[in-house]
Design a protein. Sequence first.
Length: 180
Amino acid sequence: MKFLQTNRFAIHAFSLAEVLVAVAVSLIFGLAAFATNERLLVALKAQKETTAASMMLQERMETFRSLSYSNVADPNYVGANVVQSPTTSEVALGNLSEQITVSGYVTTSGGVGYPSDGSTPNRWLRNSTYPTGNQTLSNSSLATNYNLLQVDVLITWISANGRTRTRDLSSIFGKGNVGP
């Protein structure tokens, strides 16, 4: 009877080179997953900022819509009651700058308003330097010279990925609902 001779000391395993290749492939896969995850988080933060900017613009415009025509045209009233009040949505926006412009849209005689008629609008700037706003341009005769006013709200901020982002919203306000 013949028995098969087996080598008791023979070990079957992976070579060192095979193990190193497997570790390198796993490492590359892990790094790619982390890089993708980081990029996804930046994209989600940017989307959150865009949503906050849209909400901020809507909040600001709704504040103007709640005012009477004469209050929208009054630079002192807008400065004290609108510009100085921060919105609830602006917290998510980094390095925020807000510019509010109230200008004449159609004159009482039916002519074209700002900027074609050379008039001066009411304009405020609110940013980290002027947290309660700074009026840069003033015109106290908007209510008497125009039947329609245009309100522009422009916001600029630095996004999560370092880009400067801008959003704006405009609306037309009429004296006693007079249309163009």
